[in-house]
Structures are given as structure tokens and as C-alpha cells.
Write a protein that binds this ligand. Structure first.
Ligand code: SAM
Length: 299
């Protein structure tokens, strides 16, 4: 039987395989529709198709993923030289996570928090540090395991890329959080096997722009997970491609319409939040993000 990671009760959504417990990967529940197939592709022992040989490792983060530490840092702590570094200093703490976390902490009712598509867990860390029981998931096993190991203090240091292909050791700069208040699992955001209405605060950080044709399903799944009066916080980089995921450019109106069509009322918006992604010590990407907070009606 599959057990719910939130209530510890039986999953009653009809989407999970019957008659068995869900498997775990290094202690993390794998709550996907077909876990055996998923683990065969992404878990230890997965076939490395480039070599034609079974590997003994969990697949790495995508090559364009940021290192595990800097997504947690405010722009002013990211380094950067010359006038660019000075500009980062002017941003101080301001970044999509900080903006959305402030809304969540101030506006969400008491109750559980959920970080959807958590990556290496920058928002899960803020949620749990604010004292809420927090759950976080992603469909990338490596990201979830790294998030767990860093946030719970199992990994004291990691490496981040530097220029010319080098690596630099970096100590994890935050206090460990308790595993009593922070829980991880692996799942698909378009089909999360969680109880409806279980969360007071759901965050969707920079997932929609890469979700292609499942963006709408992810958004509506997040809304279903909100309790009445619960708050969705969302950040997404501007996407002005003709084939933008929610339609033609500019997508902001369409995103707002999609959220209100799902029955939420927009409570906060900031369309110009810079998201600085450090790729290595002399390489940064700056994306302009749209941050939104929206509330599910109380009844
Ligand atoms: C750009 S990263 C953002 C990570 C984190 N939310 C943040 O803001 O730093 C996007 C994340 O979404 C995850 N993701 C994309 N589609 C997903 C899906 N359908 N289900 C679960 N996670 C997904 C990716 O694996 C990746 O970790």
C-alpha cells in the first residue's frame, strides 16, 4: 500500500499502484506513478545509455543546473567583480525566493507548507526555518537528495564550479534544520499523490517556464493542494518566446488569467524581480522574474 508522506495514511487518490508500499531511494519516498520504471531510469543501477552499461550512481543534476549552494544565497552574497558586483550589492536580499517567502510568511494562514519542484531546496529551507511543517519534492532525484543532505546538515560542504572548469569547496553556510519539520520526496508536479487541501502555503518556484505542455496541469495540481484560504506563491522568469508555455508573448496576462480561472484571487504581484543565477565565479545569468501571490477562497 502506498502511504501518504503528509498524513501517513493510505493514499486514496486512485492514482497510485495498488497493494504495495512505495519504494525509497536513499531513504526518500519515490511517489511516482510507476516507481519501478522510474528507478530503472533514474535510480542507482540505471542503465547509462551513453555507455551501454549499468551505472551505480543516481543521475547528476542537468549540466545547466546551478551549483547547490548559490541558489540559497541572496544576490549580495554571490560575489561578482567590478560594476556587476556593485550592482549585485544594490540588490541586497532581493530575489524571487525572498519576495515570495516574505508573502508566504506574512500572508499564508497557519499550516503546512509545500515547495513544488524544490530543486536544491532554497524555498523549502526558508519555509522550514519559518517554523512550518514543510514538505518538498522534485522529479529530479539528485536535486532532492542534495537538498535533504544540505538542509538537514548531513553534508557539511560541497563543491561549486569556478572558471576554466575548476571546482571550489564551499562550506554549507546555514544551520541544520530538523528532520521533524522538513520532509522530502520524489514526485511529478503534474500528478502529485498528495491529499487535496492539505497545505496552507504552496510555492512553485521557476518551474512553469520549463514545464512545457504540463505547465497547466502543474498549476492546477498546486491549486488543488491548497486548503481554503491557503496561499500560492509563484515565481517564473519572463518568457517572451512565440511558443511560450502559456501562450504568445507577453505571457503575464495569460498567467494571471490561468490563476484566476482556477478560482484564486491575486493578492500580490511584482513583475520585475531579478533572479541572479551564478553559474561559476565569473559567469552569471540574470533573469527578470514575475512573482505572484494568490489566495484560494475560504469557501
Ligand atoms: C529552475 S529549477 C528551480 C528549482 C527551485 N524551485 C528554485 O527556485 O531554485 C526547476 C526545477 O523544477 C523541477 N521540475 C520541472 N518539472 C517538474 C515536474 N514535472 N515535477 C517535479 N519537478 C519538476 C526540475 O527538476 C528543477 O529542479
Amino acid at each position: 500500500m502506498y502511504l501518504c508522506p503528509v498524513t501517513r495514511g493510505r493514499l486514496s487518490d486512485g492514482r497510485s499502484p495498488e497493494g504495495r508500499r512505495y519504494p525509497t531511494l536513499d531513504g526518500v519516498p519515490v511517489l511516482v506513478t510507476d516507481p519501478d520504471r522510474f528507478l530503472a531510469r533514474h535510480g542507482p543501477g540505471a542503465w547509462d545509455m551513453s555507455q551501454g552499461l549499468p551505472t551505480r550512481r543516481i543521475e547528476d543534476l542537468p549540466v545547466d543546473a546551478a551549483d547547490p549552494v548559490t541558489p540559497h544565497l541572496p544576490p549580495s552574497a554571490l560575489g561578482g567583480t567590478g560594476s556587476f558586483g556593485k550592482w549585485l550589492q544594490t540588490l541586497g536580499e532581493r530575489c524571487p525566493d525572498q519576495v515570495c517567502a516574505q508573502w508566504g510568511i506574512e500572508l499564508a494562514p497557519n499550516g503546512r507548507a509545500l515547495d513544488v519542484g524544490c530543486g536544491v531546496g532554497p524555498m523549502a529551507r526558508r519555509m522550514a526555518a519559518s517554523g512550518r511543517q514543510t514538505w518538498a519534492f522534485d522529479h529530479a532525484p539528485r536535486a532532492v537528495l542534495l537538498a535533504r543532505d544540505l538542509l538537514l546538515g548531513r553534508l557539511k560542504e560541497t563543491v561549486v564550479p569556478t572558471s576554466r572548469g575548476g571546482l571550489q569547496r564551499v562550506r554549507w553556510p546555514f544551520k541544520p534544520l530538523s528532520d521533524r519539520g522538513l520532509h522530502f520526496f520524489i514526485a511529478d508536479a503534474a500528478n502529485p499523490p498528495l491529499p487535496e487541501g492539505a497545505f496552507a502555503w504552496v510555492h512553485l518556484g521557476n518551474v512553469l517556464d520549463i514545464a512545457d505542455d504540463v505547465a497547466g496541469s502543474i498549476l492546477s495540481a498546486c491549486v488543488e493542494l491548497l486548503q481554503p484560504g491557503g496561499l500560492l506563491t509563484l515565481s517564473t522568469p519572463y518568457d517572451s518566446d512565440e511558443v511560450g508555455l502559456l501562450g504568445a508573448s507577453p505571457p503575464e496576462d495569460e498567467l494571471r488569467e490561468a490563476i484566476t480561472a482556477l478560482g484564486l484571487s491575486l493578492t500580490e504581484q511584482d513583475e520585475q524581480v531579478p533572479w541572479v543565477v551564478r553559474e561559476y565565479d565569473r559567469g552569471f545569468r540574470v533573469l527578470s522574474c514575475h512573482c505572484i501571490a494568490a489566495r484560494r477562497p475560504v469557501r
